[in-house]
Design a protein around this ligand. Structure first.
Ligand code: SAM
Length: 303
């Protein structure tokens, strides 16, 4: 047994009751070094891994898409609980760790690619074609920090109609932005998107000590239960989100001025003032005070 493996074994004995284990031990046995550029901060606490899988409510009728399986610890638990798991990992150097798992679990596919380049819709249809018993699609991930927002926006904007839920571990500060109600400093364009597509809540916080290498910030797990029918039905969601983006691009400005500066076709400052008055909203309001219902109503009046 190598020195590292021995240290790992001792550590497992020592921390057994806390269910800690050493990702460094796994990495050492495969000669793998974590890559900061890929956000490779691995969980070192099985209790946290179990809590994330519990929060996802993955079960035998679910197809789970895991983004970034890393060393495969959460992947293993997901494969034991879910009907099928498609794990998408950008780093091919993790194949010596992940390929044996795919051999052990016939319900696990590992796809080596950038999640942003994968056709998720096709992936879901292909798997469901051979396994029609899979009723729900759930996305679960300890997301890499460097690309959190694009991944969340991609799943919501492009695939919400195909998904039941998303359970993501993200930076604590990002988690608060995702679930923020209107009015607060954390509220932004992404909060409006999350509120439009899902019913979201923070499940629990995870201290930075639960990862190796240890990041500078703490994390939180957020669960987004995707609406089958969104809370509002604007005539054009595309236009509504253009309004949302425009109003948060200059968040210190009044909504009227942000929209006027955005030069949306056919939308003058006078139109915006009139639309706000029609809805009984003060013309001096800032975008950060408008909820998804107001954005939808304004979008219908202005589009
Ligand atoms: N799931 C593991 C865990 O909880 O310990 C690893 C999580 S680690 C924070 C993020 C993982 O996402 C890494 O394995 C990293 O290689 C992978 N990753 C980073 N960028 C990715 C991308 N664009 N597409 C797919 N996977 C990516």
């Amino acid at each position: 047994m190598s020195k590292q493996a021995e240290k790992d074994k001792l550590e497992r004995q020592e921390y057994g009751s806390h269910e800690r284990f050493s990702p460094y031990g796994i990495m050492a046995s495969y000669g793998f070094s974590p890559k900061k550029a890929l956000g490779q901060n691995f969980l070192n606490d099985l209790t946290v891994v179990k809590k994330i899988v519990d929060a996802s409510e993955a079960g035998p009728e679910d197809l789970v898409i895991e983004v970034g399986p890393g060393l495969g610890v959460m992947t293993t638990l997901l494969a034991e609980r879910a009907g099928h798991v498609a794990a998408i990992e950008i780093d091919r150097e993790l194949s010596p760790v992940l390929d044996p798992l795919a051999l052990k679990y016939p319900n696990l596919d590992v796809i080596y690619d950038d999640v942003m380049r994968v056709n998720i819709g096709k992936l879901i249809s292909d798997i469901r074609l051979s396994k029609p018993e899979l009723k729900h699609v759930k996305v679960v991930a300890n997301l890499p920090y460097y690309i959190t927002t694009p991944i969340i926006m991609m799943f919501l904007e492009q695939y919400a109609g195909k998904l039941t839920s998303l359970t993501f571990m993200v930076q604590k500060e990002v988690a608060h932005r995702l679930v923020s109600p209107p009015g607060g400093s954390e509220y932004g364009a992404i909060s409006v998107s999350v509120a439009y597509y899902s019913n979201a809540h923070i499940c629990f916080d995870v201290p930075s000590s639960c990862f190796v290498p240890r990041p500078k910030v703490d994390s939180s797990v957020v669960n987004m239960s995707v609406y089958t029918v969104p809370p509002v039905s604007p005539r054009s969601t595309d236009f509504m989100f253009r309004l949302v983006r425009a109003s948060f691009s200059q968040r210190r400005k009044m909504f009227v001025n942000s929209i006027a500066n955005a030069s949306l076709p056919g939308v003058s400052k006078e139109c915006v003032v009139k639309a706000l008055e029609t809805l009984g909203i003060s013309p001096s309001i800032r975008g950060e005070s408008l909820g998804v219902k107001e954005f939808a109503a304004l979008s219908d009046l202005l589009s």
